[in-house]
Design a protein around this ligand. Structure first.
Ligand code: A3P
Length: 289
């Protein structure tokens, strides 16, 4: 289970647990009223998950604390020994069901496209994603050893990390916004103006809340609140799997932390490579606020 090599699924490097269970994942049956939060890892999955669950529960924070966030949303490709698989978890949910996935668009189980299930895609700039993912690789031991930061950065740029290339992921999901109900949101926008972005989510979900509930949602899903909430901060996962002494899951929650990790030379190389990989795409990211 720990520090296993990645295994390709249709050319995309995956955690072995996911690759081994691929037939079940691929055959997942969607419902039109499902809501899926799709992200490249570390883009703010947990943040948006908590916001959406708060919306679904009309701002009842106590109700949201009934279970850890990874139980309240089914992690579709999760397959941990001794636990129901993500697909089983989704199947056991009462509609409207909430799910999350890190799969690239081309690997999303077909049924979600067929049923036109709504999807919220969260994207975060490549540099902060790389830094956050490096720290996550160190603490979450289902990943291979990350090596040193310079070694890891090379792997990130090459797409040789779990769930594959950041560049392909953000572009692939962006393309899908053309013919599927996908709300594409940015971590940086949420940091800049969480209220504006929560209102955007509400519109997309065709839900309304009172001003009072909106305030509750904003309060409860702030970084500080989520960091100290064991039902949001993954403290319920044993240290063997996620060692928060190595790096807390709720680490910094800011935009621009990459500046503390990238050397000038790494940054220049990264930018040059970025232009090549992102050429032809209209996607624009902010790396500072
Ligand atoms: P950092 O490692 O940069 O701190 P995911 O949930 O997709 O794994 O993403 C985790 C990242 O989102 C971490 O980034 C984490 O701190 C950040 N995050 C989680 N909740 C947040 C919140 N309420 N506000 C801002 N950032 C948050």
């Amino acid at each position: 289970l720990l520090r296993l090599k990645l295994v390709p699924v249709q050319g995309v490097p995956m955690l072995k647990l996911t690759a081994d269970n691929w037939p079940e994942i691929e055959a997942t049956q969607a419902r039109p009223d499902d809501l899926i939060i799709a992200t490249y890892p570390k883009a703010g999955t947990t943040w948006v998950s908590e916001i959406v669950d708060m919306i679904y529960n009309s701002g009842d924070a106590e109700k949201c604390k009934r279970d850890a966030i990874h139980v309240r949303l089914a992690f579709i490709e999760a397959t941990f020994p001794g636990l129901p698989t993500g697909v089983q978890q989704l199947n056991a949910m009462k509609p409207p069901r909430l799910g999350k996935t890190h799969l690239p668009a081309q690997l999303l189980p077909q049924s979600f496209w067929d049923k036109k299930s709504k999807i919220i895609y969260v994207a975060r700039n490549a540099k902060d994603s790389a830094v956050s993912y490096f720290h996550f690789y160190k603490m979450a031991k289902v990943h291979p050893e990350p090596g040193t930061w310079p070694e890891y950065l090379e792997k990130f740029m090459a797409g040789d990390v779990a769930f594959g290339s950041w560049y392909d992921h953000v572009k692939g999901w962006w393309q899908k916004t053309r013919d599927h109900p996908i709300l594409y949101v940015f971590y940086e926008d949420m940091k800049e103006d969480p209220r504006r972005e929560v209102l955007k989510l509400l519109r997309f979900l065709e839900r309304e809340v009172s001003d009072e509930v909106l305030e509750k949602i904003l309060h409860y899903t702030s970084f500080q609140e989520m960091k100290s909430n064991p039902m949001a901060n993954y403290r319920t996962i044993p240290d063997e799997l996620m060692d928060q002494n190595v790096s807390p899951f709720m680490r910094k929650g800011i935009t621009g932390d990459w500046k503390n990790m990238f050397t000038v030379a790494q940054n220049e190389k990264f930018d040059e490579d970025y232009v090549r990989k992102m050429s032809g795409s209209t996607l624009q990211f902010r790396t500072e606020l």
